[in-house]
Ligand binder design. Sequence first.
Ligand code: ADP
Length: 240
Amino acid sequence: MEKPEQLIVDGKRLDGRAPEELRPIKIVAGALGRADGSAYIEMGNNKVIAAVYGPREMHPRHEAQPDFAVLRCRYTMAPFSVEERKRPGPDRRSIEISKVIREALQPALFLELYPRAVIDVFIEVLQADAGTRTAGINAAAVALADAGIPMRDLVSAVAVGKVDNTIVIDLMKAEDQWGTTDMPVAMMPRKKAITLLQMDGHFTEEEFKRALDLAMRGCEQIYEAQRRALKEKYAVGGTE
Ligand code: ADP
């Protein structure tokens, strides 16, 4: 896609959204039959699957910790997830994203309950359109809950940024590519505790505050979608 002259026209974004509007979101808890917990998410054109195994015995053994479980996260992008075929396998970006996803999820878990164990989280991006790390976190949080792992709270995540001098939420690819700022945020909504905050680009202090506030409100909406997905799977007789 060529760079459009404007990314925001008459207050509307290229896909017709208002600046503070999320992309359509769809979450399915327990989308996979073989993992201990799983979730599938669509956030706009992103399609991401998360699978959780554990807590289970750590292999290799020497990586086990005597006092707590280790949380291992692996984020990968399928070769067909982006416009031009992506070379399969880990690269610098996916290793970094795996690390920040682990750090975003870890505060929600009671790892001290499972000494010597490991909890594995696999995040597979099937289709990417900017915001895959946040979509991955949203799916992984639901997958962890689906695995029956006790949690302080879910973790909800969305990026905010600046496009054509306007603060926007949930950037799609064109906005991520040609916007000036991109700030992925994750939080535990009930506690309002931020567990991930990255920033690519610049905000003034005032813009930062507005953007963070917008991200936190977006996370609340995503939280509701995550809870709905879990209720849909677990509600007895559909009474909830
Ligand atoms: P995030 O997906 O979390 O926003 P980035 O900001 O690094 O992470 O990437 C933004 C978007 O750029 C991705 O969602 C994807 O659409 C695209 N992208 C990332 N890596 C590649 C790649 N190797 N090839 C093509 N497109 C990519």
